[in-house]
Design a protein around this ligand. Structure first.
Ligand code: ADE
Length: 362
């Protein structure tokens, strides 16, 4: 991985330059005002696959609702998922709660100041364990996420495939050997450099980079070629027809299965394939409803890690229904205000949530 096997991946002068740069240039982010391990943990989980600007409001709301590990452990899952609504990757929220319960039971509600023990908690992998250990506890642990991998691949001039576990593990070991005493600032500085300076897609800002004087990619003009990442498998495309079935100010919902994609969240009734308008009345009657009016809504797409949903949709106005669970279809109807406050609908459906939020009664 490294050009010369025994050379440190970052020499002390480079680390000093990086820490100086960070002290002068760090963005002021809410989780940088604390070393409370719980808060650092929540921020790191939210920041996985999610932009800083998107995380900020969720971070504040989450910590207001659940100020301690014990609060998080004790909350009903529905409330937790409602708070997470729109942030995506809901297994992150479930794992946070699972881990909170372990921390209450095994560690009296205090997060362990130990990289290995952190790593054993649900939802905490190598990166997150290293980030919490270093940022919250000052432990000299490495935290290697996608940003940091890119910085290290460029600095060392490595052509190893960063999609491989082996490469990640090699870089983690190389970084572990050089993490300085100011481990928390170092971790944040590496992340910050990757996010703001050593950015992907050939746009690295080497002229302002504190590591540029000791960077192989900068020296040999390889920044646009590094890091090397093998192509990902193409995502599977699933076509769907979403039905926004409305009865006055109530919308039909369905709870997704407890396992798999968007497990346990609520969705609008939907069917595989792109259905034609003339196919729908029969299908809707089979569900047990009398359709009065069909309106085609906009198409929308949602991209998950391994799957893409390509959705078409119809608003379906139906003849008035009774309250509650609908036995023929397995759907139930929820009033707009109840839906707004109590049900987490994934953002995959946000194009269609906009309709009832606007109060369209069609
Ligand atoms: N991405 C992951 N961790 C982060 C942090 N602590 N600050 C900013 N962006 C991040």
């Amino acid at each position: 991985m490294n050009e010369s096997k025994n050379a440190p991946i970052l020499v002390p002068e480079a680390i000093a330059a990086l820490l100086d740069w960070y002290a002068a240039n760090a963005r002021d982010l809410p989780w940088r005002h604390t070393t409370d391990p719980y808060r650092i943990w929540v921020s790191e989980i939210m920041l996985q696959q999610t932009r800083v600007e998107a995380v900020k409001p969720y971070y504040e709301r989450f910590l207001t609702a659940f100020p301690t590990v014990r609060d998080l452990a004790a909350t009903p899952e529905e409330k937790l998922l409602k708070l997470w609504e729109g942030l995506g990757y809901y297994s992150r929220a479930r794992n946070l709660q699972k881990a909170a319960r372990v921390i209450v039971e095994q560690y009296s509600g205090k997060m362990p100041a130990d990289e290995e023990k952190l790593r054993k908690l649900p939802g905490i992998g190598d990166y997150t364990a290293g980030a919490i250990a270093s940022i919250a506890f000052g432990i000299r642990a490495p935290a290697v996420d996608g940003n940091v991998l890119r910085v290290l691949a460029r600095v060392s001039g490595s052509r190893a495939d960063i999609a491989l576990q082996e490469t990640k593990s090699d870089f983690r070991n190389a970084l572990r050997a050089v993490v300085p005493d100011r481990a928390g600032a170092f971790t944040q500085a590496m992340i910050e450099l990757g996010a703001c300076v050593c950015v992907p897609n050939g746009e690295a800002k080497c002229s302002i980079c504190p590591l540029a004087p000791r960077c192989v990619a900068n020296e040999k003009n390889l920044t646009s070629e590094l890091p090397v990442r093998s192509a990902k498998k193409p995502r599977r495309i699933e076509e769907k027809t979403v039905l926004l079935i409305r009865d006055g100010d109530r919308t039909a919902l369905h709870k997704r299965p407890e396992k798999g994609l968007l497990a346990g969240l609520y969705e609008y009734p939907n069917l595989p394939g792109h259905l034609l308008p003339e196919e729908l009345p029969g299908i809707i009657r089979q569900m047990g409803f009398e359709p009065l009016q069909l309106t085609r809504l906009e198409d929308s797409k949602h991209i998950f890690t391994h799957i893409e949903w390509h959705m078409i949709a119809y608003a379906v106005k139906i003849a008035p229904e009774f309250d509650g669970y609908h036995p023929t279809s397995g759907f139930f109807f929820v009033r707009d205000d109840d839906l707004r406050q109590n049900y987490a609908i994934p953002s995959a459906f946000s194009a269609y949530s906009a309709y009832w939020k606007k109060g369209t009664n069609q």
